[in-house]
Design a protein around this ligand. Structure first.
Ligand SMILES: NC(=O)c1ccc[n+]([C@@H]2O[C@H](COP(=O)([O-])OP(=O)(O)OC[C@H]3O[C@@H](n4cnc5c(N)ncnc54)[C@H](OP(=O)(O)O)[C@@H]3O)[C@@H](O)[C@H]2O)c1
Length: 302
């Protein structure tokens, strides 16, 4: 991996838009927890919030933003189109519904949540809707999530806008080298989901390392001691040193603050390489190669 020892607070997207490198994720933040978590994060200095239709908390993300008092143009909001809504007309309706729930009149980043390899035509049609939304100024940037190299190639061959971001499962146990390299080749920013390994807590069968989670791995806990930081801070710093964007999730105020307190130390190149070597090659989340519309059943509160 190439490293970025001058990890910055912003990453420039391929259309010139500046995206905060570090944000708050809200997957599995319940509607009751979400507004408080978002308002807390903004008070701590976060300026990027990552939600999705499928998380069923867009309304509460909007509430948290309004409660924070932050000006709209000082915060960067991402949401994602759910696969059940793929298709030309349904994608546009779903975008309008997301904006309505969030209480916003534009999005900073709009992502296709998963590739649907069994119906890639619908994936393309949905991305073409996103392209129109970009042209209309209703989204400042558009991109994809969970796309593997061949999905990127297919999409780029059939559409006019190279995605600005590909948000993928990425943490020290699953570093997704092929997809990172494909992103880099196309000038796409890699954004890490489950950056501190939360997905391994939900799917313990995927753990093939001696430690249950990157946060309890002796290499990470040793570096945490060395730098007087926490394991989560070491792992988040590793993402930033690589030039990835990361969106750790927490609903606990002390952890929300902890996860943002990563701009006062750096990791040495050999430490970054040692963390890279924790890769087990085993993902804990969904498999993008076989994902289809029935992979997850979700209920969306309109
Ligand atoms: N595009 C996709 O398909 C996709 C898939 C999954 C996730 N995501 C996005 O990525 C975000 C993050 O991923 P994730 O939620 O799966 O995993 P994660 O951020 O790696 O881990 C979250 C888990 O770690 C705990 N945690 C948070 N901070 C901690 C700390 N400092 N020390 C110890 N534990 C800590 C959280 O619990 P508490 O909340 O109790 O603190 C939660 O259980 C999501 O919220 C979502 O926005 C995207």
């Amino acid at each position: 991996m190439t490293t970025n020892s001058t990890a910055t607070r912003h990453i420039k997207l391929n259309n010139g838009v500046a995206m905060p490198a570090l944000g708050l994720g809200v997957f599995l933040a319940s509607p009751e927890q979400t507004a408080d978590a978002v308002a807390c994060a903004i008070a701590e200095g976060y300026r990027l919030i990552d939600t999705a239709v499928a998380y069923n908390n867009e309304r509460q993300v909007g509430e948290g933003i309004r409660r924070s008092g932050i000006k709209r143009d000082e915060i960067f909001i991402t949401t994602k189109l759910w696969v059940a809504n793929y298709g030309h007309d349904s994608a546009r309706r779903a975008f309008d519904a997301s904006l309505r729930r969030l209480g916003l009149d534009y999005l900073d980043l709009y992502l296709l949540h998963w590739p649907v390899p069994t119906d890639f035509a619908a994936t393309i049609a949905s991305y073409q809707v996103a392209e129109k939304l970009l042209a209309e100024g209703r989204a400042r940037a558009i991109g994809v999530s969970n796309f593997q190299p061949q999905h990127l190639e297919n999409l780029i061959a059939q559409t006019d806008t190279v995605p600005a971001v590909n948000q993928v499962e990425l943490n020290p146990y699953f570093t997704g080298r092929a997809v990172r390299e494909a992103n880099q080749r196309h000038g796409i920013v890699t954004q890490s989901w489950s950056p501190i390994g939360g997905t391994y807590l939900r799917n313990k069968n995927a753990v093939t390392s001696g430690a249950d989670s990157p946060l309890t791995h002796p290499l990470i806990t040793g570096l945490a001691r060395k730098y007087g930081k926490t394991p989560a801070q070491v792992v988040i710093r590793w993402h930033l040193e690589h030039g990835f964007s990361a969106i750790p999730k927490s609903v606990r105020p002390e952890r929300i603050a902890e996860n943002f307190n990563v701009f006062d130390f750096t990791l040495a190149p050999e430490e970054i390489a040692a963390i890279d070597a924790l890769d087990t090659g085993v993902r804990a989340g969904g498999n993008p190669e076989t994902f289809d519309r029935n992979s997850y059943r979700i209920t969306i509160d309109e």
